[in-house]
Design a protein around this ligand. Structure first.
Ligand code: ZN
Length: 325
C-alpha cells in the first residue's frame, strides 16, 4: 500500500495523518507543539511507524508561519523569525527530506487548508479560491491558478485594513503591529478584549456579531476585488459561528453593491461564501494534497526532455535522492 504523510503544524498542536485522501485517511494523531527538537522527533517517529507497513511516497507539511516556502531559497523549509519561542529558524522541510528520502512539500497552514478544501472539500474542482479562518488569528490562503499564491513571502491578508467607525466601535484593535487591522478587530482575542468575555459565551443575537460581520464583509469584498476568486471558504471558531456567516453574506452583497455581475443574487452570494467541508481535517488533507502534487510532478520530471519548472523537487538538493533512486 502506498501513502502520503500529512503534517499540520500549529502553534499549540501538531496533527499527523496518513493516506491518499479522505477515504483512506488514518485517524489524525495530535501531539503537542513543544520545542522544535522534541516536536519534530515525535513527528518523525509517527511517520517512521506508519512507513513500516506501507510505502511512503511523500510528506506534506502545512505549518504556522512565517515560513520560507520558495524551494530555490537556501533556507527553504525553515521558519522565519516568529514570536513563538525557540521556533525562529527551525529547520523542518530539509530535516524530513533527509530523514525519509522522499519529496517534501512545505506550505503555510492556511495554504494547506485551502488546498485540502480545493481538492476534496467546499471548493472542490476550483482553481481560484480563498480559504479564510478566523480564530485566535485571521489566516487567509489564496489559491490562484490551482496553486498557493507566493510572492516575496506568503501573502498575509489577515492584516488588511478595514474601515472602523470609532463611534460605533471604540475598541482600537489588538494587533500588535497594526491595531485595528482585520485580525486586530475580529479574531477571538479581539472579541474577548472588546466585550470582556470569550465569544463562545455570547448569545447568537449579541450585537457584536453584526459588527464582526461588517468587518468580515469588507474584507471579503476586498479579496473579491483583488483576486476575483470563484469561491471563498470561511471557517475557524469565529468564522463558523452560526450568526456570523449569514450576516456576512448579507453584508457582502451590500459591499459589492452589484459591481461584480456574477454576485448580485442572494443565491449566488450563498454559493460564493461558504463553510468548509472537511472540518478539522482540511489542514492534514491539504498537506497530503500538496505532497501528492509534488510527488506527481517528480514523476513527470523523470521523463527525458521534460521541462523543469519552478517548484519541482529536483530543484532542491534534499529531494535528489528520490529522483536518483
Ligand atoms: Zn495586523
Amino acid at each position: 500500500m502506498s501513502m502520503f504523510a500529512g503534517v499540520e503544524m500549529g502553534g499549540t498542536k501538531v496533527m499527523v495523518a496518513f493516506g491518499t485522501g479522505p477515504e483512506d485517511l488514518s485517524a489524525p494523531v495530535r501531539i503537542p507543539t513543544t520545542t522544535p527538537e522534541e516536536t519534530l522527533t515525535n513527528v518523525e517517529r509517527l511517520i517512521a511507524g506508519a512507513a513500516t507497513g506501507a510505502r511512503l511516497l511523500g510528506i506534506g507539511v502545512a505549518t504556522f508561519g512565517p515560513a520560507r516556502l520558495e524551494r530555490t531559497a537556501p533556507d527553504w523549509g525553515t521558519l522565519l523569525p516568529t514570536p513563538k519561542p525557540g521556533w525562529g529558524g527551525a529547520v523542518i522541510g530539509p530535516r524530513l527530506a533527509d530523514a525519509f528520502g522522499v519529496p517534501v512539500a512545505f506550505e503555510t497552514d492556511v495554504n494547506g487548508a485551502a488546498m485540502g478544501e480545493g481538492r476534496w472539500g467546499a471548493a472542490r474542482g476550483l482553481g481560484d479560491h480563498v480559504y479564510v479562518t478566523i480564530g485566535t488569528g485571521v489566516g487567509v490562503g489564496l489559491i490562484v491558478n490551482g496553486a498557493p499564491l507566493h510572492g516575496a513571502l506568503h501573502p498575509e491578508a489577515g492584516h488588511i485594513k478595514v474601515r472602523r467607525d470609532p463611534a460605533r466601535d471604540p475598541f482600537e484593535g489588538c494587533c500588535p503591529f497594526h491595531g485595528d487591522c482585520l485580525e486586530g478587530l475580529v479574531s477571538g482575542p479581539a472579541i474577548a478584549a472588546r466585550v470582556g468575555q470569550p465569544g463562545e459565551t455570547l448569545s447568537a443575537d449579541d450585537p457584536v456579531w453584526d459588527l464582526i460581520a461588517d468587518y468580515l464583509a469588507q474584507a471579503m469584498a476586498t479579496l473579491t476585488f483583488v483576486t476575483a476568486p470563484e469561491r471563498i471558504v470561511i471557517g475557524g471558531g469565529v468564522g463558523s459561528h452560526p450568526a456570523v456567516l449569514l450576516a456576512t453574506q448579507r453584508r457582502l452583497a451590500k459591499e459589492l453593491n452589484g459591481y461584480m455581475p456574477h454576485l448580485t443574487s442572494d443565491e449566488a452570494i450563498q454559493a460564493y461564501l461558504v463553510r468548509p467541508a472537511l472540518g478539522d481535517r482540511s489542514g492534514v488533507l491539504g498537506a497530503i494534497a500538496l505532497a501528492q502534487t509534488l510527488f506527481n510532478s517528480s514523476q513527470t520530471t523523470k521523463a527525458p526532455d521534460a521541462p523543469v519548472s519552478r517548484g519541482t523537487p529536483e530543484e532542491h538538493p534534499h529531494d535528489r535522492r528520490q529522483l536518483d533512486g
